[in-house]
Design a protein around this ligand. Sequence first.
Ligand code: 5GP
Length: 120
Amino acid sequence: GRGPYDPQNVFAKILRGEIPCKAIFENEWVLAFYDIAPKAPVHVLIIPKNPYVSFMDFSQTAPAEEIAGVMRATGQIALDLGLEENGYRLITNAGLHSGQEVPHFHIHLLGGKALPAFPA
Ligand code: 5GP
């Protein structure tokens, strides 16, 4: 989650339309699309359109309006997918110990089955 933003990361390429994704939601703040290697029946990634390396970068430098916009959109997507009744999980990996692979802040939205006990 530290260091400069790498504009060649895979989510930056998705945002620029250089590689395809299966998008399900877009607004002024976020793009959301299905994970290419789903870990649950529903596995969506919600990413800000602006370049933040990780949660630390986002939470500490994004304008409050943008933080609210990303959180509001994330909840809206869970609602739109019908996940509210049976529940869902949000995860964000930040930095080395988390195993974060893509250095563009993203929120995993997982649902559609009973998920393994945290922190699986
Ligand atoms: P991280 O480990 O960084 O929190 O999660 C990165 C996620 O991005 C992984 O779940 C991985 O499957 C997903 N991913 C990596 N490359 C692509 C891609 O090109 N397209 C999509 N849709 N997901 C990707």
